[in-house]
Write a protein that binds this ligand. Structure first.
Ligand code: GTP
Ligand code: MG
Length: 244
């Protein structure tokens, strides 16, 4: 095992954003590598990364056959990081919402915590350029998950995160069947239930200015339902990691 960190960027149609972010992340720290998990984006995101890779050995690309969902993209990133001996795995949206300037604070928090969340809902954090309706939805989704799952973290739906290798090896993320927001909520729940320490580092979340959102309303209803199922029928966790 080595002390390098892997930053996983799931992408679907992020051609306008992807290279700016991979370059910015790699410039933050020489101990970081980047993995883009692209789901056959029709806009050529994968081809852009493929070409960039020819001159950037710290950039890796996983091309999947079709749009398989955000949750399984995270899992593919976790598997890649575990198999290659990374000390921790970070995840970021590839749409400009998560700024790489926060990566040092996330890495620093992982020195004495098992998981870290780039959080909009702790002092110093916030959201830039979201309409009031979107803010209300996010605040409600967080309150809902916190109450039903008895979570103490303030921002359970942030995709800007870091996990130590130990967490990924212990909480069996490969047993999570849900995608999108409920994947993030279930990961926070599993990590909490296993008694790990979670840090929240304040971030300013910025609404994307390029490309379009992939989240749809069915995803939101599914996440709400999944939280209820989790609360009523908590699955066993902390078993030996299943074969990916
Ligand atoms: N590989 C992969 N990436 C995805 C998929 N769906 C979304 N993404 C990526 O996941 C990240 C978050 O997706 P967004 O569409 O920005 O969703 P969001 O941030 O929850 O919603 P907005 O605030 O509306 O942008 C982006 O980098 C997307 O390109 C998917 O099915 N597969
Ligand atoms: Mg987004």
């Amino acid at each position: 095992m080595h002390a390098r960190a892997l930053v996983v960027l799931p992408t679907y149609n992020e051609a306008e954003n992807v290279l700016a972010l991979t370059r910015a992340v790699l410039a933050v720290d020489a101990t970081l590598d980047v993995l883009v998990v692209d789901d056959a984006s029709p806009d050529g995101t994968g081809d852009l990364v493929e070409r960039e890779r020819a001159q950037e050995p710290r950039l890796a690309l996983l091309r999947r056959a079709g749009k398989l969902g955000l949750g399984t993209a995270y899992l593919a990133g976790f598997r890649f990081g575990l198999e290659r001996g990374y000390a921790c795995v970070l995840t970021m949206d590839c749409d400009g919402s998560h700024h790489p300037r926060y990566i040092p604070a996330l890495l620093s928090a992982l020195k004495d915590h098992d998981m870290v969340i780039g959080s909009r809902y702790v002092p110093g954090g916030g959201i830039v350029n979201w309409p009031r309706s979107r803010r209300a939805l996010s605040a409600f989704a967080n309150l809902y998950a916190r109450v039903l799952l008895r979570l103490t973290v303030r921002d359970c739906t942030s995709g800007f995160r870091g996990y130590t290798r130990k967490v990924l090896e212990t909480v069996d993320p490969f047993g999570i069947r849900s995608s999108g927001y409920s994947f993030l909520e279930e990961m926070a729940w599993r990590v909490t239930r296993c008694g790990f320490r979670i840090a929240e580092v304040p971030i300013l979340f910025e609404q994307r200015t390029l490309g379009v959102s992939k989240i749809d309303s069915s995803e939101i209803y599914l996440a709400a339902w999944r939280v209820i199922v989790l609360a009523l029928h908590p699955p066993p966790i902390g078993r030996a990691r299943r074969a990916p």
